[in-house]
Design a protein around this ligand. Structure first.
Ligand SMILES: *Cc1c(COP(=O)(O)O)cnc(C)c1O
Length: 429
């Protein structure tokens, strides 16, 4: 007899809500106080001169980032969404240009190119790593393609070297949305540094954060200067443009504050610790549950480091004999918060379904015949509708005892699946 499931009135394996993990502490507090006492909360000025590139903390933060990642340029911004906008502007996305991207990601990955008139073209993903599939990308490249946006989803590297070679062959840009993979790697190379531009997030929900924030890296002097201009009212500062090309050089204010940069400096110095903590939790969950039938634990592609923004399992309802939704409900009742599905394929968003984005007339979709119906990306649709189950270990303070219980909760629900069959049978009568 299996133990009675909490969903059916048994005792939950984990009682009470999980506590959130806090990455910020006394060092961040001291760093912010130092900035406040200095009186200078932002050193930016949107006109030519030394202040165009920000104050001392912003510059120190960007320098530290360059050192850590071994990159030539780092451009901090107030979010990864802003960073993706800077990247789209810098690579010259123009109305009607196609941008190939995955449909299973946070919406900003694709919307930022759209605001420059770019036409998102959705490539399917790989069912093992959930990242964009280079074969699908290759099949979608046309004379109109300007860029590919690859997402290192859930912390796992997309096939970046392969994508970079493909993009270089076609003379198009590879932008990495590296919001979820701060220190992931592919064959020893850091994610974010393999594409022409890599964009990191420093949002509260990410491995390390400054509340809101982001940072773009590139090896290319021109792309870096363009991103600096878009960040800070670039129309006033075009004398800084290395090549004089005014394409997309209308600026915004996407600047990071001195306080956020000061917090970022501390967070960056502790990034290994914060990420390793998440990796350890994910690896223990994998180790403790990998033998269960119909429960396919996360795979790590050979030569890759996975940072586990989310721990994502593929669930095989036929093998387990219980629907994914009911299993997730039973697991949540045991105190293990897991949710089915992740986001729906982005082409289901009204902006694509109704082909209406900027202005009243549906621009930029007026420039393309592409439509956004179901069936575009069958692997993504299947993972979303049937298989994926997500747990965000990173978001919680998980000690060894809790880790054991998380594993025990999965094993208990799996062992008690017969009990779930009984209620599912009843509900069906
Ligand atoms: C969080 C996230 C973003 C957006 O980051 P912000 O800093 O909140 O703008 C973009 N892409 C992905 C994949 C993300 O997870």
């Amino acid at each position: 007899m299996s133990e009675q499931l909490a969903l059916l009135g048994g005792k939950p394996v984990i009682e009470g809500e999980l506590a959130p993990y806090r990455s910020v502490g006394e060092k961040e507090e001291a760093a912010v106080i130092e900035v406040i006492r200095s009186g200078c909360l932002s050193g930016f000025y949107g006109s030519p001169g030394p202040e165009f590139l920000g104050g001392p903390k912003v510059r120190a933060f960007e320098d530290a980032w360059k050192t850590r990642y071994g990159v030539k340029h780092a451009v901090s911004v107030n979010s990864a969404t802003s960073g993706l906008s800077c990247a789209a502007a810098a690579v010259g996305i123009s109305p009607g240009d196609e941008v190939i991207c995955p449909p299973w990601t946070m919406s900003a990955t694709v919307i930022t190119a759209l605001t420059y008139g770019g036409i998102p073209v959705f490539a399917d993903i790989d069912e093992d790593t959930f990242c964009i599939d280079p074969k699908s990308v290759a099949s979608l490249i046309t004379a109109k393609t300007r860029a590919v946006v690859a997402v290192n989803l859930f912390g796992h590297p997309a096939p970046l070297a392969e994508l970079r070679a493909l993009c270089d062959k076609h003379g198009i840009y590879l932008i990495e949305d590296n919001a979820q993979a701060p220190i992931a790697s592919e064959h020893g190379r850091a994610t974010g540094t393999i594409g022409h531009i890599g964009v990191f997030s420093l949002n509260y929900h990410k491995h390390i954060h400054t509340g809101e924030g982001g940072i773009c890296v590139t090896a290319d002097d021109t792309l870096a200067a363009r991103m600096q201009l878009v960040r800070n009212h670039g129309e006033n500062v075009t004398s800084m443009l290395p090549d004089g090309d005014l394409t997309n050089m209308v600026g915004f204010n996407l600047r990071l504050s001195e306080m956020a940069a000061a917090v970022g400096l501390v967070q960056l110095s502790d990034v290994d610790r914060h990420v390793e903590k998440r990796e350890r939790i994910a690896e223990a969950l994998t180790e403790g549950t990998k033998d269960l039938d119909g429960w396919i634990v996360p795979k790590v592609r050979e030569g890759c480091r996975h940072n586990y923004y989310q721990w994502v399992v593929r669930y095989d309802a036929a093998a387990v004999g219980v629907s994914r939704e009911l299993f997730a409900k039973a697991l949540t009742a045991e105190g293990f918060p897991i949710f089915p599905g992740y986001v729906a394929p982005l082409y289901r968003l009204p902006v694509f379904r109704e082909r209406k984005a900027i202005g009243r007339d549906g621009w930029p979709f007026t420039l393309t015949d592409r439509t956004y119906q179901d069936g575009l990306c069958p692997v993504t649709e299947r993972l979303h509708a049937e298989e994926a189950m997500l747990f965000e270990p990173c978001a919680y303070a998980v000690d060894d005892d809790l880790l054991e219980r998380l594993v025990a909760a999965v094993r208990k629900v799996h062992a008690g699946r017969g009990q779930l069959n009984a209620i599912a049978g009843k509900a069906a009568q």
